[in-house]
Design a binder for this molecule. Structure first.
Ligand code: ZN
Ligand code: ZN
Length: 366
């Protein structure tokens, strides 16, 4: 079965290559490492080395207030009761598993074949260029969230400064995929030309009953060096790391960034709904942005609300606290530590088409 991500990973490889952390490689991604003198896996924010590879005695987070005493790190177990499970189609059970650091552990196996129970899915594509924002979803570009209303579609040639864009007929009706076959074909480069200037919309009925299984450690294990997410492509390529970033409490997963450059390169638009989600045939409904519409757990101390769990079992929180501020001490994964919540993440801006960048803890090997 084809899907927009599976097909387009070839294009992504062509466009960007595969970066690696080789000192001699121009693609090397340098990050900050913080000295961990007391060996508690928390780093000293004041002593930093910038390097591709992790130096001995340094860690990726900068959360140690006192690097002369080993802290007792707060570790928060995954709470399965936060998930909006039901008796049949969205269940959680505890199973034996092996983590990416080689240790044996217990994991929660989350199985779901339903859509979100806490908000509607869609709409995605408006019907006509006169339609308002209530008839369409959103598009993520350059860190900003845009309503995909009729005017957005009408303005695309201007927006992208490319006259090839004209996604509507003389009556203003917007060309939209309207069958499961169209949904499958629209992203395929072999038949791509006939789908140029189509708004791609895959409906919940196409994936009814599709089941997804996730495995997350029941007790997160913070590592000295972060784990990278897997890259999109055929199973078994590269690492066994998940591409999925995490899971919302409604069972919908936080996906890798949508390949928007490839989507736009094919002169298609695959909008997200107001919750930041859309559907592909392989994985069903999934999120590319956190817009605050799924279940949130409010914190008592002005900290941002909790919105789910990452694949390493550490909690994921919204970006901003109740005063509208983003934490200023996030590490390269977008994680940090406090004594109430342990190590945890804050998601990226919705318009950034991103949640978190890596995993500070070990993931479950599926
Ligand atoms: Zn997607
Ligand atoms: Zn925080």
């Amino acid at each position: 079965m084809k899907n927009i991500h599976g097909i387009l990973y070839f294009l992504l490889f062509l466009s960007f290559g595969i970066s690696s952390c080789d000192e001699n490689n121009e693609d090397c991604t340098e990050t900050s490492w913080y000295q961990d003198a007391d060996g508690d896996s928390l780093g000293n924010p004041d002593i930093t080395i910038i390097a591709c590879e992790q130096p001995t005695g340094y860690v990726s987070n900068s959360n140690d207030q006192d690097d002369t005493n080993a802290d007792t790190i707060t570790i928060i177990d995954v709470d399965p009761s936060h998930f909006l499970t039901d008796e049949n189609d969205f269940t959680i059970s505890i199973v034996d598993c092996t983590l990416s650091d080689g240790t044996s552990a217990m994991c929660y196996e989350i199985v779901t074949s339903v859509g979100p129970s806490d908000h509607e899915m869609g709409p995605w594509c408006p019907d006509n260029i006169t339609d308002g924002a209530d008839k369409g979803g959103i598009w993520l570009e350059g860190g900003e969230v845009y309503d995909v209303d009729g005017a957005f579609i009408e303005n695309m040639a201007n927006f992208y400064d490319d006259d090839t864009w004209r996604m509507y007929d003389a009556d203003g009706n917007i060309y939209t995929t309207d069958t499961e076959e169209d949904c499958a074909n629209a992203a395929n480069p072999n038949v791509g030309a006939e789908y140029e200037n189509f708004c791609v919309e895959c409906l919940p009925s196409y994936v009814a009953g599709l089941s997804r299984t996730y495995l997350i450690p029941s007790t997160p294990v913070l590592l000295d060096s972060p784990e990278s997410f897997g890259i999109m492509g055929p199973p078994g390529q590269g690492s066994d790391a998940p591409t999925t970033r995490g899971i919302a409490f409604n069972g919908i997963h936080f996906d890798a960034p949508a390949p928007t450059d490839a989507i736009l390169g094919a002169y298609t638009l695959a909008p997200f709904d107001d919750a930041g989600g859309h559907i592909n045939l392989a994985v069903g409904y999934h999120y590319h942005a956190a817009t605050g519409l799924s279940k949130e757990i409010i914190q008592n101390d002005n900290h941002a609300p909790m919105i789910g769990y990452a694949m390493d079992g550490h909690a994921i929180f919204a970006r901003l606290d109740s005063n509208g501020n983003e934490p200023d001490d996030l590490d390269s994964c977008r994680g940090h530590y406090d004594e109430v919540r342990g190590y945890h993440y804050h998601v990226d801006k919705a318009g950034s088409n991103n949640f978190i960048n890596c995993m500070g803890g070990a993931y479950a090997i599926q």
